[in-house]
Design a protein around this ligand. Structure first.
Ligand SMILES: [Zn+2]
Length: 134
């Protein structure tokens, strides 16, 4: 990544001071930071990061990795990523945390943003478990 790229999550910070280190392999310390990094990963088409940070025991896990990678690539191609707004991210309660966010997306000039409340679980690291549209 160029050293002065603004982060895809639209935090206003440079990518190397925001989601960049997490995308490079450092586990995000909180669900909120993981949420931001996953948004950035979708914007970049970083399927490996999405897969690594999805809970294998959760409903979003896709056993067919090739199909999963193809679907992430299609998602990345289909939208323009305008950033993510964190609406609510209370401190995690033990090994479970929730983040409510709005993902700002656009496709063909149409606003396709959505708001979701996501559940994250902590095992060896935080991972996305599931979410419901809010
Ligand atoms: Zn970021």
């Amino acid at each position: 990544m160029p050293p002065d790229t603004k982060c895809r999550c639209a935090s206003g910070r440079l990518e190397r001071r925001c989601c960049g280190p997490f995308l490079a392999g450092r586990p995000p310390p909180t669900p909120e930071l993981l949420m931001r990094a996953r948004y950035s990963a979708y914007a970049l088409g970083d399927a490996a990061f999405i897969i690594t940070t999805t809970e294998p025991d959760g409903p979003q896990w896709e056993p067919d990795e090739a199909a999963w990678r193809a679907s992430i690539a299609a998602f990345t191609r289909s939208f323009r990523f305008r950033g993510v707004t964190i609406r609510d991210a209370p401190p995690a309660d033990g090994d479970v945390g929730f983040v409510t966010f709005t993902a700002h997306l656009e496709a063909g000039g149409v606003d396709r943003s959505f708001t979701e409340r996501s559940r994250f679980v902590l095992r060896d690291r935080w991972r996305y478990h599931s979410g419901e549209r809010a």
